[in-house]
Design a protein around this ligand. Structure first.
Ligand code: SF4
Ligand code: SF4
Length: 485
């Protein structure tokens, strides 16, 4: 019996339709192409020109990749359109349940005094009547929180130092457990871990809290950035980390690192400190331009280029550590990799479009004011109430979530409708951030293509893509593992 194969030309056909995609040059003779659903490919200029002219793609492997990743089609049927719609829906699945992260700022009093404090902290001794959340505001906030449509919610306690108000945290947990009938609720506490009693730690561990703390690097650097009385914040932090380890709950702890000018020459020391403390990842964050970080920028700040160089050195060092057998990852790069190599949404609100502010996050301030993000309340603390959605004691849920602030954010928080972003090949992996853009440029629309939000994201996304594409097999394997988690 003879088998008839279709001719080679039937595969490397000229009769294809271009599907929507964007492209940008990322290297000498290398272009990055991406679709709305996050699929991507790198092509040389000759092949890109051939593709754009809809001429025959001779390289069969590339032709099939273009077809499989939906850059071209030979049959634009309803089935294919349904498939693409389903992919798009999966990428935007974070929108399905509206705001899932609810941040309760229980106090702005704090026992630390950090050089970059963005929360406009007040001293521990300040009058808690003025700076702690009242029980009335807490009760109403919990009712609003539990009325959210999502079946999965996160309640994050923040400050100041949130654990200065342990009775409020305990009351909130008790109320949520009493009133909640069916929702899956995760508690998070943001704490500098400087002054926690065993009893408080046991409470958090028993209620399966995620404990989010800060570690800026080795002792000298951490103490330079974060002051706790006369001794610096490092020793009490490490003491409490050890206590948590001894209680077998270290897997509930994660740490954030904030980069100051003093960090820029210390990437190895910072990462080594994380490894020494037993962490499996680091989130390298630049300074946020709020609060003290803005006021003391002349002492601790730096330009975007310095941060990007520090970030790349850190990334390369972490990859090297992995090659030597230490399993460790950089969380921001891992989020971008997840967007690049999986069909899923990440749930990371800083890199979302529509933006995380308001749509993914709701912040309940100690004074009852409601904001769409932590950054917008930080701005409010310094006198700018542009993003105040209303007050829990005065406004209904509809007034809060459909009011003028959310309308403004909706208009500026979608990449597809922003100039430059709508044509940007990195858009599926980037986000929109009207709050930060307003803070830095004075406009919620910012200056996409030029503002620092764009410069940082574009540079890091491109850096990650180039490392992945140009990697040796071992590096590639490491990066793929980061993205697959
Ligand atoms: S950054 Fe956090 S821990 Fe440091 S002073 Fe501000 S509120 Fe306190
Ligand atoms: S902010 Fe910049 S990198 Fe991000 S989508 Fe917009 S243009 Fe692209």
């Amino acid at each position: 019996m003879s088998v008839k194969f279709r001719s080679k030309e039937a595969f490397s056909s000229t009769s294809y339709t271009l599907l929507p995609f964007r492209f940008t040059k990322i290297d000498e003779d290398q272009y990055f192409l991406s679709t709305d659903y996050g699929e991507w490919l790198c092509l040389d200029s000759y092949t890109l020109k051939t593709l754009l002219a809809k001429e025959r793609i001779v390289d069969e492997q590339i032709y099939f990749q273009l077809k499989a990743r939906h850059f071209i089609s030979t049959d634009t049927t309803n089935t294919q359109i349904d498939l693409l719609a389903s992919k798009y829906k999966t990428k935007k699945s974070f929108l399905e349940n509206f705001s899932q992260l609810h941040i309760f700022v229980l106090t702005v009093r704090c026992n630390n005094s950090c050089v970059y404090c963005q929360a406009s902290r007040k001293s521990c001794q300040s009058d808690h009547i003025y700076y702690d959340m009242s029980e009335e505001v807490l009760d109403k906030s919990i009712d609003l929180f539990l009325s959210m449509p999502s079946s999965k919610l996160t309640l994050e306690f923040q400050g100041g130092e949130s654990t200065l108000t342990m009775p409020l945290i305990k009351k909130a947990v008790q109320q949520v457990k009493e009133k909640n009938t069916d929702k899956d609720i995760q508690f998070v506490v943001c704490t500098n871990l400087c002054e926690l009693s065993d009893e408080d730690l046991d409470f958090m561990i028993a209620h399966n809290f995620s404990i989010s703390t800060s570690l800026d690097g080795p002792e000298e650097l951490h103490n330079h950035n974060r002051k706790f009385g006369r001794i610096g914040a490092y020793v009490p932090l490490v003491d409490n980390l050890n206590k948590i380890k001894n209680k077998g709950a270290f897997n509930q702890v994660s740490a954030l690192m904030t980069t100051t000018r003093q960090s820029l020459d210390l990437h190895k020391e910072i990462i080594d400190e994380y490894v020494r403390q037993g962490f499996r990842s680091i989130f390298i964050r630049e300074l946020n331009p709020y609060g003290f970080a803005q006021k003391y920028f002349h002492k601790i700040g730096y330009d975007s280029a310095s941060f990007l160089s520090f970030y790349e050195q850190s990334l390369d060092y972490i990859i090297e550590l992995n090659k030597q057998g230490t399993i460790f990852r950089e969380s921001y790069a891992a989020l971008i990799l997840k967007k690049l190599i999986t069909p899923w949404a990440t749930g990371f609100v800083d890199l979302q479009s529509p933006c995380g502010s308001g749509f993914g996050v709701t912040l309940y301030n100690y004074d009852g004011n409601i904001y769409p993000s932590d950054e917008s309340r930080m701005m409010a603390e310094t006198g700018d109430q542009y993003f105040r959605m209303g007050n829990i004691l005065e406004n209904t849920r509809e007034e809060l979530f459909f009011g003028s602030v959310m309308q403004r954010i909706a208009a500026a928080g979608v990449n597809d409708s922003l100039p430059v972003c709508s044509d940007c090949a990195f858009s599926p992996y980037c986000g929109a951030d009207p709050v930060r853009r307003y803070q830095v440029t004075g406009s919620i629309y910012g200056r996409p293509g030029k503002d620092e939000f764009c410069v940082k994201n574009k540079s890091i996304i491109q850096m990650v893509i180039k490392k992945l594409v140009g990697a040796d097999p071992q590096t590639r394997e490491i990066l793929l593992q980061w993205g697959a988690k």
